[in-house]
Design a protein around this ligand. Sequence first.
Ligand SMILES: Nc1ncnc2c1ncn2[C@@H]1O[C@H](COP(=O)(O)OP(=O)(O)OP(=O)(O)O)[C@@H](O)[C@H]1O
Length: 300
Amino acid sequence: MADTITVQDLVKRYGDLSAVDGVSFTVGQGEFFGILGPNGAGKTTCLEIVEGLREPDSGTVTVLGEKPWPRNTRLLPRIGVQLQASSFFERLTAREQLETFAAIYGVGPSRVDEMLELVALTDKAKVQTEKLSGGQAQRLSIACALIHDPEVVFLDEPSAALDPQARRNLWDVLREINARGKTIVLTTHYMDEAEILCDRVAIMDRGKILEMGAPADLVRALDRPVVISVESRDLPEDTATGLPGVDAVVSTGGWTEITTTAPAVVLPALAERGALTGLQVKGSTLEDVFLDLTGREYRA
Ligand SMILES: Nc1ncnc2c1ncn2[C@@H]1O[C@H](COP(=O)(O)OP(=O)(O)OP(=O)(O)O)[C@@H](O)[C@H]1O
């Protein structure tokens, strides 16, 4: 996969604070890359440098083979940027916003309908942006960032402040954009969002990348036991304790919870006893990876 973005030894200081402290990563063409970390980790600063909106103190960045700083007008038609706070032209409808962005980029109006459809706002085309819900406004702002059909899309915390349903709708939109071949770089402080959407994530904390890789690989590398829960009426605690592969058992609130490093042994044993009612299997998540790396609970 060709590298669409390269970042090498990036540093940005604000006075004594190293907001970005020696960050390096690459993003391949068509990749969905996430920069994940708690508030103040340095995600936005990093992204804004890559977008060409901020000057780094040191380090090198290329986007599509070009240097984004000083402001590189050759890159502007090729990248789409959605900033953390979306701002629209006042009192325009959703369609008029998109038409305005289309005109700025010299794009024909036919893209407007396509974009409204992509972000599921066709039925809100005539609604003024001030009257859109938070999720609808976020989707419109993504449509504006995509109107000129850029190759690379940067999204800064696109699902911040959205309710769970709106977040899921947004995820569908982002998946669709990525399926159309766009390279996406997204910052988020939602671990689940990064885990679900991203091919690879860089976990940032205090200006540094602590770990980078495919979410499933990062979780697998932890090599932690899984917890298998079934209803206790099918499987009392003492029966569970005697099953092969079981490390520990806890019975609580009608559930028997089995901790095991050998789920492939425990699950068939449960199936043999017909004890699969309410089955849940909980593995580790990126939150556990963060805890493992920092010794701190993840608090976005
Ligand atoms: N213009 C600035 N001047 C001084 N300090 C800044 C400036 N911008 C950011 N910072 C500081 O740099 C650090 C990194 O901020 P940044 O916004 O990049 O983090 P973030 O990971 O994007 O956080 P959030 O999720 O809250 O947006 C923070 O401590 C922030 O207070």
